[in-house]
Design a protein around this ligand. Structure first.
Ligand SMILES: *Cc1c(COP(=O)(O)O)cnc(C)c1O
Length: 428
């Protein structure tokens, strides 16, 4: 694989940008090698500056569910740009976007647009704390909700109840307000409610965990969270930044039939431009400024260009059969990959929900952070590098989710399965 130009760009970039990248996972530090610098993308494929083309399963970490540079999205964004790219004033597009989101996600009576998933979770947390007049929150070890101070916290060993900062720069005092529970383990949540009565503002959860690899909720887990939060007077926040419009038009809450108090969205609703949103029950959302005491604002919130990309994407997703096709493609690919691993004699745990999937390199069942950590990450790195060299682009970490898009053809999937089989044979 030719990489001269990418290597030269990385060298230049490292002189100015920490590790040469504007988001850490892009640096390939855990898998080794030089990340390809991407120059263009179309449909299911992306091309780097050295002319290598890859079948893409990163999808910009989730947003590109229609594939890259969808003609209708590109056309709409170009047309919108001609009308000016930002006004800092209300626009009709925002009204249409709010209608589009609310009509698809029944738990959301009201919504507010922001510019990233991080902003959505940060705002939802502040709202939950302001609305309940409580300060503690519960999050799950291994769940990622953006780089919000309060949420960059996970447990130390042994089911520690006080949070310790995962990131330098998060004050201890703030980290202490974040309580850590174990994903798929209701007893760990119940214990925290018992220890901190009337102090917990909210439980925030990825309803399908997508940031410690992909781990679906076990039966009863999400229902149990709904029951425990109601009983404890806390809000239930679903972080559907990945799952929103990914596993269906009404997200994971629609798939599992749960009614959260607040929902965070991002990724897909921006159609590849920077967008996030948070919303939920009207009586909670009324606490947001200027109606209520919880401040929240944004110069570029509801930006016409970004909202146009998102709105066009959501309308295309509403067309007949889109999610059935995604399910079918996801099942076909996952089935083929499972067979390839099995033929090569390699133990993996294959997880899939619709068009989200992940293969854990371990022979243990994976249900939470601790079991995810049993993976052989060295083996994963060799797998990753093998795929990259064979023109298949997956996330450079064992602990991420792969995404199939509407644009992946049967031919793309067959080629992928063939290349996985070739790489898997050499792993042993
Ligand atoms: C990506 C992600 C975020 C953060 O979104 P950004 O747009 O990167 O700020 C939050 N929550 C989940 C579940 C995510 O996957």
């Amino acid at each position: 694989m030719k990489q001269d130009k990418s290597i030269a760009l990385m060298k230049r970039s490292k002189e100015m940008i920490p590790a040469g990248v504007n988001s850490p996972v892009r640096a390939y530090l855990s898998v080794g090698g030089n990340p390809p610098f991407i120059s263009k993308a179309k449909g299911a494929s992306i091309t780097d500056v050295d002319g290598n083309t890859y079948i893409d399963y990163v999808a910009s970490w989730g947003p590109m569910i229609l594939g890259h540079a969808h003609p209708k999205v590109v056309e709409a964004v170009c047309a919108a740009a001609k009308n000016g790219t930002s006004y800092g004033a209300p626009t009709p597009l925002e009204v249409e976007m709010a209608e589009e989101i609310i009509s698809n996600v029944p738990s959301m009576d009201w919504v507010r647009m922001v510019s990233s998933g991080t902003e959505a979770t940060m705002s939802a947390l502040r709202l939950a704390r302001g609305h309940t007049a409580r300060s503690k929150i519960i999050k799950f070890e291994g769940c990622y909700h953006g780089h919000v101070d309060s949420l960059l916290v996970k447990a130390g060993s042994g089911g520690m109840t006080f949070g310790t900062p995962d990131s330098a720069g998060v004050p201890e005092g703030l980290a202490r307000e974040t309580l850590i529970a174990t994903y798929n383990d209701l007893a760990s949540v119940a214990a925290l409610f018992e220890t901190y009565p009337n102090q917990i503002a909210a439980v925030i959860v990825e309803p399908i965990a997508g940031n410690m690899g992909m781990i679906p909720p076990v039966e009863g887990f999400l229902e149990g969270l709904r029951t425990l939060t109601k009983k404890g007077g806390a809000l239930l926040i679903f972080d559907e930044v990945i799952t929103g419009f990914r596993v269906g038009l009404s997200g994971a809450q629609g798939l599992y039939g749960i009614d959260p108090d607040l929902t965070c969205l991002g990724k897909i609703i921006g159609g590849g431009l920077p967008v996030g949103a948070f919303g939920g029950k009207k009586e909670i959302m009324e606490s947001i400024a200027p109606l209520g005491p919880v401040y929240q604002a944004g110069t570029l919130s509801g930006n016409p260009l970004a909202v146009t990309a998102g709105l066009t994407t959501l309308r295309l997703l509403r067309e007949e059969g889109v999610y059935d096709a995604l399910e079918e493609k996801g099942a076909y690919l996952a089935g083929g990959i499972r067979e390839a691993f099995s033929a090569a004699g390699i133990s993996v745990q294959s997880h899939r929900v619709g068009s989200m999937a992940c293969n854990f390199f371990t022979d243990q069942p994976v249900v939470d952070y601790k079991s995810a950590k049993t993976c052989d990450t060295e083996l994963f790195s060799r797998y990753f590098t093998g795929l990259l060299e064979n023109g298949v682009y997956i996330a450079p970490s064992q602990f991420e989710t792969g995404f199939v898009s509407v644009a992946h053809t049967r031919e793309d999937l067959d080629k992928t399965i063939e290349r996985v089989a070739k790489v898997a044979r050499k792993l042993r």
